[in-house]
Design a protein around this ligand. Structure first.
Ligand code: PLP
Length: 373
């Protein structure tokens, strides 16, 4: 099996714990166990809990709480996984065969760029257009999603642009999937991380062709427990569960317990509110910083998520620019080319204000030495 490097994750795994400032993150600063205890996590019970295997597709109480979030679903529509990434992986493993085609929007989280290639499927892309509020280029979309397409992957809210699809765009995407008999994999891990305005609508329930993935890592602010889930047609979820048996069997028991607390309705709202407060407090810091560069930088206001895309007007490739920022300033930033969009930097703003301020200052030192074109 030949699998291309997942460039962004590889760069992060290599450097994130070695640099002084990691500005390559994409979630808000994480919750602590103490914070979760304050929300009802019974740590004392955990001390006596036998650390055996957990229910491999997620405990019934957890799947019941998740089912309550997605109207019309039951526990059999849901599978709990080790992070959203495992849910995405299982869907691709279950659906794609050698010679199949899949489609994905660009820019994006590039997991489902590499995985299909390892399954000998080919990937067709279509662009989200910054000049049109990051709506898809519909001509490219219709070429990419065609009767040969087995699977379409998108992230909404989108990583890295922070854009949210309009209702009309969502309907158009679903219509096309139905016409072409394509399964839509909607990764909604940033749903709930909106800065303001209404909550992002879920694709769940729009069609039998939809499978949604999500997890605790972003909007909930709890990436370290590695809990994600998928919600989709029963038969697809059943196949994914079979794949899961071969892969990791199931998520760990302590994490399932944490997840039951996090997704309880009142706690979910509290966690979303915490995320929103962190993002709203920090956005002016990064917006103000970008404005200080005049024409060199173009700031892109996200609607959701803890990262922004900043376009820079210089011919230096984004990988080279980020390499300079890392080596000269011990600061890690995601180059646009790692998310499918050259000429941009993806910069995190979900941390403590003083951390973000210093990380940005360091990025700025290198940017000021870059010649504008
Ligand atoms: C769109 C998207 N999906 C999935 C993931 C991975 O999520 P998890 O940590 O839940 O596996 C990320 C991480 O950045 C992401 O941005």
């Amino acid at each position: 099996m030949r699998i291309p490097n997942f460039q962004m994750e590889r760069m992060q795994s290599t450097w994130e714990n070695l640099v002084e400032f990691d500005m390559s993150e994409s979630g808000v600063r994480p919750m602590t166990l103490r914070g979760l205890v304050e929300m009802g996590l019974g740590l004392d019970n955990a001390l006596d809990m036998p650390l055996g295997y957990s229910q491999s597709n997620g405990t019934l109480p957890l799947r019941e709480r998740l089912a309550a979030i997605y109207p019309g679903s039951t526990v059999d529509h849901i599978e709990v996984t080790n992070g959203t990434s495992e849910a995405n992986y299982l869907v691709a493993l279950s659906l794609l065969e050698p010679g199949d085609e899949m489609a994905m929007e660009i820019p994006n989280y590039m997991q489902l760029w590499g995985v299909p290639q390892s399954l000998q499927a080919s990937v067709r892309t279509f662009r989200l257009r910054p000049e049109c509020n990051w709506e898809p280029d519909w001509d490219e979309f219709e070429r990419a999603v065609n009767p040969r397409t087995r699977l379409l992957y998108l992230s909404n809210p989108n990583n890295p642009s922070g854009a949210v699809l309009s209702d009309e765009a969502m309907r158009r995407i679903v219509r096309r999937c139905e016409e072409t008999n394509t399964t839509l994999l909607a990764d909604e891990v940033y749903l709930g991380a909106e800065l303001e305005g209404e909550r992002t609508k879920s694709f769940w329930g729009m069609s039998e062709k939809v499978v949604v993935t999500s997890g605790l890592s972003k909007a909930y602010g709890i990436p370290g427990v590695r809990i994600g889930w998928m919600i989709g047609p029963r038969s697809l979820v059943a196949t994914c569960w079979s794949q899961h048996d071969y892969l990791t069997i199931g998520p760990n028991k302590l994490s399932d317990m944490v997840a039951r607390v996090a997704v309880a309705p009142a706690n979910r709202e509290k966690l979303y509110a915490r995320t929103r407060a962190i993002l709203s407090d920090n956005l002016p810091i990064i917006a103000g910083w970008a404005a200080g560069f005049g024409d060199l930088l173009e700031f892109n206001q996200p609607r959701a998520g803890a990262m922004t895309l900043v376009r820079y007007r210089s011919s230096i490739p984004s990988i080279d620019l980020c390499e300079r920022i890392r080596t000269e300033q011990s600061t890690l930033v995601v180059p646009g080319s790692h998310v499918g969009l050259e000429g941009y930097l993806r910069i995190w703003y979900g941390g403590r204000p003083e951390y973000i301020t210093e990380g940005l200052r360091r990025i700025g030192v290198v940017l000021r030495g870059v010649r504008s074109t």
